[in-house]
Design a protein around this ligand. Sequence first.
Ligand code: ADP
Ligand code: ZN
Ligand code: ZN
Length: 673
Amino acid sequence: MTTNDIPLPFILKVAIPAVPFFKLFEYLAPEDCPSENLQAGIRLEVPFGKRSKIAFLIAISTESEYPIEKLKPITRIIDDAPLLGCCDLKLLHWVANYYHHPIGEVMSTAFPVALRQGKDTIIKKLPKISDNKTKTSPLICNDAQQQAIDAISATLGEFNVFVLDGVTGSGKTEVYMQLIQTVLNRGQQILVLVPEITLTPQLQQRFEQRFSTHIAISHSKITDLQRKNAWLLMQSGVCSLLLGTRSALFTPLPNIGLIILDEEHDSSFKQQEGFRFSARDVAVMRGKLASVPVVLGSATPSLESLYNVKLQRYQHLQLPERAGNALPPLVQILDIRQQKLQEGLSAKLVEEIAVTLAKNEQVLLFLNRRGFAPTLICDGCGWVARCVHCDANLVIHRHKNLLRCHHCGTEHQLVSICPACQSNDLTSLGLGTERLESVLTHLFPDKVVLRLDRDSTQKKGALDDFLAQIHAGDAHIILGTQLLAKGHHFPSVTLVAILDVDSGLFSTDFHSGEKLAQLIVQVSGRAGREQKQGKVLLQTRQPDHSLLVELLRDGYTKFAVLALAEREMAGLPPFSYQALLRAHAENEDMPIMFLQTVVELAQSLNVQNVQILGAIPAPMARRAGQYRFQLLFQHTNRTALHTLLKQLVPQISTLKLAAKVRWSIDVDPVDLY
Ligand code: ADP
Ligand code: ZN
Ligand code: ZN
């Protein structure tokens, strides 16, 4: 027998979920296993240490980095057919590379828990299709809508990114729905992503009223079983329409035809812990790999997307006017300098609220701070209620009679006597939504005040109940946090006010101007969405601030041009690329020593012109008992930055000090905290 006759062993390269290892693990195929049973994308059971684990077959090779005799055979093959297609595998590879994240952890994000545990792939339940008794017909589009639909439809089957830049209420959803119908008619699948779970019910309802097809829903608040079911419905091709949040992004769609991301500017599309991917950017890559168009919709597109428009990488489609007969809201600055405020409300605002309520119209007040007040201070000795674990004050929660840390969750009973000097002169400083609620109830005793924030909507179904109450006209004044800013449709709201614009004007994060402008436009967009014109009041002590003046005078599009010019001058993203290495530990010295070692390591790798800033304390240097430090890598060239990270990150994981801290790498960070 010649050596040529000895069959070469199959080496199976696998990813093991939740194992933080940058390379693939290698195993041997079972002897005499036919190669057609070993397709990339199937699940396997493999021995791992003393236990066994479920693994995903990523590639098959006849070569190994290790001596063959060291490799162990797998225990069993789980699936007859691959769960992932070739595009899905390519995408997961790409994200693991781009975010410098262990492939096994990427797999954990892509798969529902039950499948990661090796459970069966039987579809348990089909979503119901609502009766054809009740379907809405497509609306007759205006010219701008029609142009957008035509431009996108013309490129089905090709990769293209469209920024659907439409003012609030301009009928973007109608554009999505007509495109979805076209793609359904072609027998293809559609992925629709929204930034917030709270936005899925209203879109689901509009879709159900329009389409005669199963709609799969996927987000982090459904059960593991529901998520698995939605995943399999799409993966098997039984369902054609998937609506979800960023966790739905990796669901396999063998027959994908279109990707839509609504509210693309929203930073919730960026995962802020663990595997820190941007669902927007990955969706674009997914569209590219699958050769399908990607629609990024927003009334306030991100500066990144507008920059891509400028570079002609993305196509700009504008819907400059509200659809139907709705008028744009009147936005006014309310100068509150030298005014006595009643719990954050100026006399003029109280008067406007009264006038609106007298017309039986609804009022919406925006304040981005939960709780009663952010600070409890002693007038006698100056003692302030601080969190012992964080660099932060404890927030007063009157309803629950608690002092609570919003960063680590620590709670104490609310005190009425100063623990330092025993005086009973304790004062609540500042304004939170609970306090605003109580003053409004006092000022308008015969009106229903509804507070919508994370505290009041914690109970399952609470938010839906609130939204139903608003729609039914049973609530008169709605106040809340950023939960309110997102794409909700409140037809009877005609007065909107932002109580504390100034807190957004003086942040150190370079994203803050963009975020404030988006917030103002988005919150304003909740006013007067149907027949009655809306009014928006911005309370500020900075009435001449250029951001406010320019935004109100010229609108968001021009604001964005100026903001981009500022970023360019400062060499900030999107004119440069960043990655943030965070480290924290209980011991203050460890993260500093660790990051300093990383700096030395990075310098030794000799990648030119990468700026390394730090190690510096995180903006909140102590949180939940952990000392937090960070290192920022920045380069004008994305490839150069990634060349460095590609070498650096796997080496960091082998550093002795890496075991003494918790660390993570955040590519394209949106929040420098
Ligand atoms: P957006 O998603 O841009 O905020 P929507 O799609 O929710 O806007 O549309 C806002 C309102 O305008 C909805 O009530 C919708 O039914 C209506 N609308 C949309 N397009 C048209 C149209 N072409 N003619 C009349 N009304 C429309
Ligand atoms: Zn005191
Ligand atoms: Zn704390």
